[in-house]
Design a protein around this ligand. Structure first.
Ligand SMILES: NC(=O)c1ccc[n+]([C@@H]2O[C@H](COP(=O)([O-])OP(=O)(O)OC[C@H]3O[C@@H](n4cnc5c(N)ncnc54)[C@H](O)[C@@H]3O)[C@@H](O)[C@H]2O)c1
Length: 244
């Protein structure tokens, strides 16, 4: 029970990695607040798990809505111990075809959404004088450039956000790290043509994509005291397909 009595917010918890992370955290004793655009999916993540965990509809790009959810969590549970900024969105545009709207949407969710959640959670941690942990989910694409420019830029920027927050907030007892998944078998990936999937797997020395549970186990490590002296780092989970 590595997260016994901890209160953990997980964004994008309705499917894929976010669902696996939320379920793993509940199994480790946490009260999870499962946040997603899709409320029904977030509720499904927690179905039959028991405990005090709750699901809420949230668009992380909406800063007022983020502030309201964090306020509600502090009112209900008195604290926030862990935030996993997992909500993310992809796109497939060629560089010259990226519109202002698509650029703003991808950056708005993947980077600004993570900032909104981190800012409100840090404010709550400082107000309640309880230190805590933030995990930002980036992507190997941030380093490799294998992906559209807005997606790669948003995921690379998360690494800078992590490092700045880690330095500034270490003295407040708040740790911040970046978990960097490689290709992972989630609904986001299941939409791609089989020949792309085959080519991706060929590039993984360990011979498969990650499963969401591979990511969840490492998210747990970063969220719990096992990583108590780790902050500001990129931790890749990719079967050896890239070195950061
Ligand atoms: N799957 C991969 O291969 C892969 C690889 C590297 C990094 N990632 C990153 O990992 C994270 C999770 O990926 P996944 O594959 O599980 O994705 P997914 O698309 O399967 O699930 C993402 C979840 O986030 C929710 N979401 C999207 N926009 C949101 C918003 N604005 N506010 C709140 N919730 C929102 C969706 O409703 C969905 O439930 C993402 O940040 C993604 O960029 C994925």
């Amino acid at each position: 029970m590595k997260l016994k009595d901890k209160v953990a917010l997980v964004t994008g918890a309705g499917q894929g990695m976010g669902r696996a992370i939320a379920q793993r955290f509940v199994a480790e004793g946490a009260t999870v607040v499962a946040l997603d655009l899709n409320l029904e999916a977030a509720q499904q993540t927690l179905a039959d798990l028991g405990g005090k965990s709750i699901a809420r509809c949230l668009n992380v790009a909406d800063s007022a809505a983020v502030a309201a959810v964090v306020d509600e969590v502090v009112t209900l549970f008195g604290r926030v111990d862990v935030l996993v900024n997992n909500a993310g969105t992809g796109a497939v545009d060629a560089f010259a075809d990226i519109t202002d709207e698509t650029w703003a949407r991808v950056i708005g969710v993947n980077l600004t959404g993570a900032f909104h959640c981190a800012r409100e959670v840090v404010r709550a941690m400082q107000k309640t004088a309880k230190p805590g942990v933030i995990v930002n989910i980036s992507s190997t694409a941030a380093a490799s450039g294998d992906g559209p420019a807005h997606y790669c830029a948003s995921k690379a920027a998360l690494m800078g956000l992590t490092r700045s927050m880690a330095k500034e907030l270490a003295s407040h007892g708040i740790r911040v790290n970046t978990l960097v998944p490689g290709p992972t078998n989630t609904p986001m990936m299941q939409g791609i043509p089989q020949e792309w999937a085959d080519a991706i797997i060929k590039g993984v020395p360990m011979g498969r994509m990650a499963e969401p549970e591979d990511i969840a186990r490492v998210a747990l490590f970063l969220a719990c005291d096992d990583s108590g002296f780790v902050t500001g780092q990129n931790l890749a989970v990719n079967g050896g397909s890239a070195f950061l």
